[in-house]
Design a protein around this ligand. Structure first.
Ligand SMILES: *Cc1c(COP(=O)(O)O)cnc(C)c1O
Length: 389
């Protein structure tokens, strides 16, 4: 019988150490491996950029969680994205990406890889006609982030995969916001899953990392070749930290989801908040799709303030428990202003985000404390707790 998610998260790739019985796989801080005669490698290990037992354990665990066959761990999410794009695209090729892709993804494609001749079109991916219209004969990749950052838009993965495949393109899904606990894009038809393991997979705001997962064996081989040849691999320590964190992913995500649902409900009841972007709310345009393709709505919420950018900035500065910081997905709650912080690199582009928007990464603290913190911060900017009409 197929094991459940949390059983795989705790055990896949993480058998007790055969030499000592250590229950937790040791961290192999070594660059090189003794050879038993020239070419006599033990377990295939030769040099730690090419292979390291701690990183390999993480590969196995990530493949099991995303229901893929090849997983590769990188030094950051953007390193994973760069390796993927330079593996599957050539000069003159074209990428269609969601109109509110992560700012760093947009910057990599539009500012860096454009210099090597990669072309791109941002599009509203949930508009299948707009997606079809944006696809060219040279389109190699459709790049989708769902839920998206920071607008929490939802894209139907199955439908987008069908449109991409019709055109001979790959569907890449950035699964950072949902994590494999809530959504498994490969099983819904995506070709490659991208992660910033810095976020929910790491989960404790102490490691920067990235990952690629696929179930296409040929593509997996090409990616693995470039993982080593391009060299942006995850270190043994970073790999060990992510492995440690994966064990609690399920329980953490359950709590993130439960807390975020309560915060979204609280914000939706306020007159100084003009919009709450959370796919768990029944009036969210992507609610039904999210309910179908995810097993929970995640821990990320964005909201817009009636009193504009000044009010948004003030709320970000006045919370006490929600820490003003970039990043997301850790056990502690964070607050930020995407327009000036995480998405500043999208200013003036089609991916620019509204300036009255505040983004929350809802942590796993006690919910009453989180809500009273938001309540006091909103009150100090002149907000009214009265329910909206
Ligand atoms: C953070 C993030 C990335 C980039 O990952 P890094 O680990 O910061 O390089 C990519 N996609 C999403 C959705 C992210 O939140």
């Amino acid at each position: 019988m197929e094991q459940g998610f949390s059983t795989r998260a705790i055990h896949a790739g993480q058998e007790p150490d055969p030499a000592t019985g250590a229950v937790i796989p040791p961290m192999h801080l070594t660059t090189t491996y003794k050879q038993d005669g020239v070419g006599g490698l033990r377990g295939g290990y030769e040099y730690s950029r090419s292979g390291n037992p701690t990183r390999n354990a993480l590969h196995e665990a990530l493949a099991a969680l995303e229901e893929g066959t090849t997983a590769l761990a990188f030094a950051s999410g953007l390193a994973a994205e760069d390796t993927l794009l330079r593996t599957v695209c050539r000069s003159g090729d074209h990428v269609v990406l969601g109109g509110d892709a992560y700012g760093g993804t947009f910057r990599l494609i539009s500012r860096v890889l454009s210099e090597w001749g990669l072309e791109h079109t941002p599009v509203d991916l949930d508009d299948a006609d707009a997606l079809r219209a944006a696809i060219r004969p040279t389109t190699r990749v459709v790049w989708c982030e769902t839920p998206s950052n920071p607008l929490l838009n939802i894209t139907d993965i199955e439908r987008t995969a069908a449109v991409a495949h019709e055109a001979g393109a790959l569907l890449v899904v950035d699964n950072t916001f949902a994590s494999p606990y809530l959504q498994r894009p490969l099983t819904l038809g995506a070709d490659v899953v991208v992660h910033s393991t810095t976020k929910y997979l790491g989960g404790h705001s102490d490691v920067v990392g990235g990952a690629l997962v696929t179930r296409d064996a040929g593509l997996g081989e090409r990616l693995a070749y470039n993982h080593n040849a391009m060299g942006a691999v995850a270190s043994p320590f970073d790999s060990w930290l992510v492995l440690r964190s994966l064990k609690t992913l399920g329980v953490r995500m359950d709590r993130h989801c439960a807390n975020a649902a309560r915060v979204a409900e609280f914000l939706a009841g306020r007159s100084d908040v003009t919009a709450v972007l959370y796919p768990g709310l029944p009036d969210h345009p992507g609610h039904e799709t999210a309910a179908r393709q995810m097993s929970g709505f995640g821990g990320m919420i964005s909201f817009r303030l009636r009193d504009g950018e000044d009010a948004a900035l003030a709320v970000c500065e006045r919370t006490r428990l929600f820490t003003l910081a970039e990043s997301l997905g850790g056990v502690e709650s964070l607050i930020e202003h995407p327009h000036r912080m995480t998405h500043a690199s999208a200013a003036g582009s089609p991916l620019e985000v509204p300036s009255d928007l505040v983004r929350l990464s809802v942590g796993i603290e006690d919910i009453e404390d989180l809500i009273s913190d938001l309540e006091q911060a909103l009150a100090t900017v002149g907000g009214s707790p009265r329910a909206r009409g």
